[in-house]
Design a binder for this molecule. Structure first.
Ligand code: ADP
Length: 341
């Protein structure tokens, strides 16, 4: 018996959830360390004084006699913490009501994630609503009023570009969600990073020419093969290079370097564009974050490119650093491991 009791006591002591047992009068029979910490209890020893402090409207008798032996639940939103309380009656050895057990759970992280999810849904809805409203406006005008040929063409072009924006947004969201839910399988292989970067760079030369940008790509000779997901890294380089092109004014310069330092291969993408203000630097990896929302709309940005890049790099044990100066330009540096881990 005593051994069993000791075992139970040890389990209760080390549980991350808090447990408090009250007798029929509301006196504490047992309380574990986690419950003391979570409820910040020092010497309160009865039901009422513990829960009154948090403004919890719950009554001991009601749980024991009226709730038909089902547990009830209450959520506490404290200043920096969210806590869930489960109240359940228990019976004694004679099968008569013995008291109430309260399980105290720290749900702060869960709540945070839940709020992020809600915000994300709200952001997605907002981002999709803007182009839809605009498409509907132009289409209705074309249907309902006499529009001369020149304006017809202009409106149709706007409809087309807004539809493209929506399509890009949905495609980016799908990619992000596939990475989130691990539906895209990360397949790490050894490959030549310099070759990949040169290939992506060549694919973007037309975009650079359109804006009259000078583009240069240098690969040093000493870069060993990297060990990462090739398709993912290709997507990252495309996103970063197209940002450099998007946010650099006509006539600017984009330089890409691929090299090797301290066991990591690196890619540096340098532009002479508008730069990113220091206050925004920490936030640009957040989903939908754009430094200048109105201007970003003109460039067709979705605010997801860097979030996707960060997600992919995290999954490849790689890192990204951005240095930027407003009006001068931006350096984006990625480091990718070369040793098989
Ligand atoms: P977007 O689709 O809007 O480009 P990203 O997630 O790729 O979304 O980038 C987020 C924001 O970071 C952009 O809207 C832009 O304000 C800023 N940004 C990213 N790359 C650069 C860059 N090379 N130069 C200046 N600003 C940049």
């Amino acid at each position: 018996m005593t051994r069993q009791k000791k075992q139970i006591e040890t389990i209760l002591l080390h549980m991350t959830d808090g447990i408090v047992a009250f007798d029929m009068k509301g006196k504490v029979i047992h309380i574990n360390l986690a419950a003391k910490k979570l409820l910040n209890i020092s010497d309160e020893t009865d039901f009422e004084s513990i829960f009154e402090r948090f403004g919890v409207d719950i009554n001991l008798e009601k749980i024991i006699y009226l709730d038909d032996w089902t547990s009830s639940e209450k959520k506490l939103n404290l200043e920096n913490q969210a806590i869930n309380l489960f109240f359940a009656p228990f019976k004694n050895e004679n099968d008569r009501p013995g008291g109430v057990i309260v399980v105290v759970q720290d749900i702060t992280e869960q709540e945070k994630l839940d709020n992020m999810r809600k915000e994300f849904v709200a952001d997605v809805s907002h981002e999709l609503k803007t182009p839809i409203t605009s498409i509907m406006g132009y289409a209705d005008t074309l249907i309902d009023s006499e529009v001369d040929e020149e304006n017809q063409k202009r409106f149709l072009e706007r409809i087309s570009s807004e539809a493209k924006r929506m399509s890009k947004l949905v495609a980016d969201l799908l990619i992000l969600s596939k990475y989130d839910t691990a539906k895209i399988k990360i397949e790490k292989t050894e490959f030549d990073l310099g070759e990949l970067v040169k290939y992506v760079f060549e694919g973007q030369t037309i975009e650079m020419q359109k804006k009259d940008l000078t583009g240069e790509c240098y690969v040093t000779a000493d870069v060993p093969p990297v060990y990462a997901d090739k398709m993912g890294i290709e997507r990252v380089v495309i996103n970063l290079l197209s940002n450099a092109i998007k946010y650099t004014d006509v006539g600017g310069k984009i330089t890409v370097y691929v090299g090797f330092v301290y066991n990591d291969a690196y890619i540096k993408i340098k532009d002479t564009g508008r730069g990113i203000p220091e206050n925004d630097l920490a936030k640009i990896f957040e989903r939908f974050y754009r430094v200048d929302k109105d201007r970003a709309r003109e460039t067709g940005g979705t605010g997801l490119g860097l979030s996707i890049a960060k997600e992919i790099l995290d999954q490849n044990d790689s890192r990204i650093d951005i240095k930027s100066e407003v009006g001068k330009g931006t350096d984006v540096i990625i480091r990718i491991p070369t040793k098989v881990k």
